[in-house]
Design a binder for this molecule. Structure first.
Ligand code: HEC
Ligand code: HEC
Length: 341
């Protein structure tokens, strides 16, 4: 009898805790809710014409010197807009210094590249085309190539009648297409919208750890799971990151917090692909980083997560992947027949 009373008392105690906890959990869930619209650049409004033109350019290998590398060679839509490699590989199979980030949700980035060296998507877009190791294309030559194709002449007339085919309008079209690359609804989104069975109990426990003991929320915040800011989390690497770009030693080894949307399909991880699996990533955080250095973030310290908690965090991360419809490729202008054929 006594036990039964104790049981009931304990039961209502836990119930009371749960009720008291609901608003906190709801507020937390709400902080990750998907936005209704995409941020735009006022100087380059999103129009159907500019998006369609940008899509063509993104998939066109003729923007590269060899005629074989397009933006999509590295930012491949079937690999969550990455390449599945530790570091990118460009023209002539040259290895790049860093891994290819996804372009999913780049419209929400406050700065672009791992070290944030490009302020806007328009600033970013011509860099890979010029880069010797990526597409190795002279920009004036690129303009000539585009002008030689009547379909592009028409596309630019429709999208940017006041510019025609210029370096700027190429950058603007690419940027606008990229703004439309947004990850779709994931099981996690369905859960926070009230579909209780959308994710497993383990994933729900992982969400609590993400926002509690794991302290992941401190940097991976908001619907896109990124504060768009820069931190040293103790990745094994000599790359100075933001420090090399800005010339401040205090910023050595700082890299931009990546989005965690569609993260399960985006291995290997980190700016140098040094962590092979999500379990490895959690192990890095559990250790408080792989290396000790002065620049290590104050928010990175050993977490004492046990095996179950590591598993729960991984389960949670897996709920962030959307099942998007495959992208339909644009019809590219037909190349001129080669004289030698
Ligand atoms: C050879 C592979 C390769 C090609 C081709 C390539 N990229 Fe990238 N891209 C990368 C790598 C690697 C990085 C990261 C470089 C860094 O941060 O220093 C990157 C970074 C980016 C970023 C920044 C993303 C972020 O979260 O900061 C954007 C946007 C982007 N590329 C768009 C493009 C566009 C547009 C094209 C075509 C004009 C293109 N890329 C061609 C490999 C490539
Ligand atoms: C102090 C800020 C900070 C905290 C706290 C933090 N992260 Fe990160 N996270 C980053 C940064 C910065 C990177 C990229 C580092 C690099 O490449 O050098 C990153 C990378 C990642 C990656 C790989 C992403 C990719 O595109 O390769 C995953 C997954 C990840 N974090 C998950 C977590 C989880 C889970 C936690 C909590 C246990 C956590 N993070 C805590 C800042 C943070």
């Amino acid at each position: 009898m006594k036990t039964a009373i104790l049981g009931t008392t304990l039961g209502s105690f836990f119930l009371a805790c749960l009720i008291a906890d609901e608003p906190r959990l709801d507020a937390l869930k709400h902080s990750y809710a998907r936005p209704d619209s995409v941020p735009q650049n006022e100087a380059n409004p999103l129009t159907p014409e500019s998006i369609a033109l940008g899509k063509k350019l993104f998939f066109d290998p003729r923007l590269s010197n060899s005629g074989m590398v397009s933006c999509a060679s590295c930012h491949n839509p079937s690999l969550d807009w990455e390449d599945g490699l530790a570091v990118g590989v460009g023209e002539g199979h040259k290895k790049l210094g860093r891994s290819t980030p996804t372009i999913l949700n780049v419209a929400w980035n406050r700065a672009h590249f791992w070290d944030g060296r490009a302020e806007t998507l328009e600033d970013q877009a011509l860099e890979p085309i010029k880069s010797k190791a990526e597409m190795n294309m002279d920009l004036d030559q690129m303009i000539e190539v585009l002008k030689s194709m009547p379909e592009y002449e028409k596309g630019f007339q429709q999208a940017y009648p006041e510019h025609g085919i210029t370096k700027n309008s190429v950058a603007m079209a690419l940027a606008n297409f990229e703004r439309t690359i947004v990850s779709g609804e994931a099981p996690f989104d369905r859960w926070i919208n009230g579909e209780e069975d959308a994710i497993s109990e383990s994933a729900k426990a992982g969400f609590e750890l993400f926002n509690g003991k794991g302290e992941c929320f401190k940097c991976h915040s908001g619907w896109n799971f990124s504060d768009s800011s820069f931190h040293d989390i103790g990745v094994l690497s000599d790359d100075k990151g933001r420090g090399a770009f800005l010339g401040f030693e205090s910023m050595n080894h700082l890299f931009k917090t990546p989005t965690l949307r569609n993260i399960a399909g985006r291995a290997p991880y980190m700016h140098n692909g040094s962590e092979a699996t999500l379990e490895d990533v959690i192990e890095l955080y559990n250790q408080g980083g792989r290396v000790e250095r002065e620049t290590l973030s104050a928010d990175i310290k050993p977490l004492n997560l046990d095996e179950k908690e590591i598993g729960d965090l991984v389960e949670f991360l897996k709920t962030l992947s959307s099942e998007d419809a495959p992208i339909t490729l644009p019809a590219l202008p037909r190349p001129e027949p080669l004289a030698s054929l």
